[in-house]
Write a protein that binds this ligand. Structure first.
Ligand code: PHE
Length: 353
């Protein structure tokens, strides 16, 4: 009978068991219990070693050294564990050799993701992302856009006004007592023209503010404003760029439409609607009639070019301004049917994306 082989297997198993059990030992008291359980007078290893004596001498010679090595390695492991326990031996210690626990990973907010995607799509056709102020003067937000003071067209923008800082009131190019929280990104149009570099191919993405809150409006939202100024720019270019964006962002099967509209700063003007993805164009509480308005567009009005010191006889251009939130909500399959969800900071919602 080869007791030696049987014994070797038992030793091996015991060693594995001990190594495993040691990983759950956290404080000194537990370590003492562990030590007694394996190496004490009636410990598991001690019991096994006692049986060694009954083996035939030849077999004892092979198993003996293995048994000693096993005992040594368990004793070493205990000593090592003792060193890594907390100073007082009472505080559970950290075993730095164990695999760690991964901290949960967050992700960028949906609007940050959408803005990055929009920027990327336009960059592929040569539009540069720029930034213009989100708190600006009446002139850039309205006046330069062909909206004289007291013009009724301004009513559409439900604007927040703030008192201008004293320094601006006295040192700016004009006396300003009020600034506006930009109600659209169109304030970037004349600001961009004033840089004096033509042609212009800008995409200005920023925050817009209007005093509105309901299923399709939040008081702070984002817009992306495209402006293209060059010689011989026509409405065909406008349509081409809009179609390119729609196909890139929503896929080539999605329908959109240009609807005639009025803006003071474009002529002719349009609104752009996308077929609603929530109800597949049937009409729902978000879109009402199957189409959701994403924003406006049109050919830049000559008065706006003049305000930006560009000669309307030589140059023409188009502009468009769309809401980022609505555009994102209409992405296929997302089914976000209330714009306010985007800003509630409810992780149960945000973590779905
Ligand atoms: N600024 C307009 C709005 O907020 C959109 C627009 C931008 C329209 C550019 C025409 C040209 O509704």
């Amino acid at each position: 009978m080869r007791y030696d082989i049987q014994m070797q297997n038992l030793l091996k198993k015991l060693q594995e068991e001990a190594t495993h059990a040691l990983t759950s030992v956290k404080i000194a008291d537990e370590l003492r219990v562990f030590e007694v359980a394996y190496l004490g007078r009636k410990g598991k290893l001690t019991e096994l070693l006692k049986q060694l004596g009954s083996l035939p001498i030849e077999q004892r010679k092979t198993v003996g050294p293995i048994a000693n090595a096993t005992k040594q390695s368990i004793a070493d492991a205990i000593a090592h564990r003792r060193e890594t326990l907390g100073v007082d031996g009472k505080t559970p210690s950290v075993d730095v050799t164990l695999p760690g626990i991964r901290p949960s990973e967050g992700h960028l907010h949906l609007m940050t993701q959408a803005i990055a995607e929009i920027e990327d799509i336009f960059s592929r056709i040569g539009f540069n992302r720029v930034r213009h102020p989100e708190v600006d003067t009446d002139w850039y937000a309205f006046g330069s856009l062909n909206m004289p003071a007291d013009h009724p067209a301004r009513d559409e923008w439900e604007t927040f006004f703030v008192t201008a800082p004293k320094t601006l009131q006295t040192t700016n190019y004009k006396l300003q007592t009020h600034l506006v929280l930009t109600p659209h990104t169109s304030n970037g149009q004349v600001r961009e023209m004033e840089r004096g570099k033509l042609p212009i191919r800008m995409i200005n993405i920023g925050k817009s503010y209007r005093r509105q809150s309901d299923i399709s409006h939040v008081p702070m939202f984002h817009q992306f404003e495209g402006l293209y100024i060059d010689t011989n720019v026509t409405i065909a270019h406008l349509k081409g760029v809009i179609e390119y964006f729609v196909h890139q962002f929503f896929g080539s099967n999605r329908s959109y439409r240009l609807r005639p509209y009025h803006f003071q700063f474009t002529e002719p003007s349009f609104e752009i609607d996308i077929s609603c993805d929530i109800c597949a164009g049937k009409g729902c509480r978000l879109c009402k009639e199957g189409w959701l308005e994403l924003g406006g567009a049109g050919m830049v009005h000559p008065n706006v070019l003049k305000a930006g010191k560009i000669d309307p006889k030589k140059y023409s251009g188009f502009a468009f301004g769309w809401g980022v939130e609505r555009t994102y909500m209409m992405k296929e399959g997302l089914k976000i049917d209330d714009i306010r969800l985007l800003y509630k900071n409810d992780l149960r919602f945000l973590e779905q994306f």
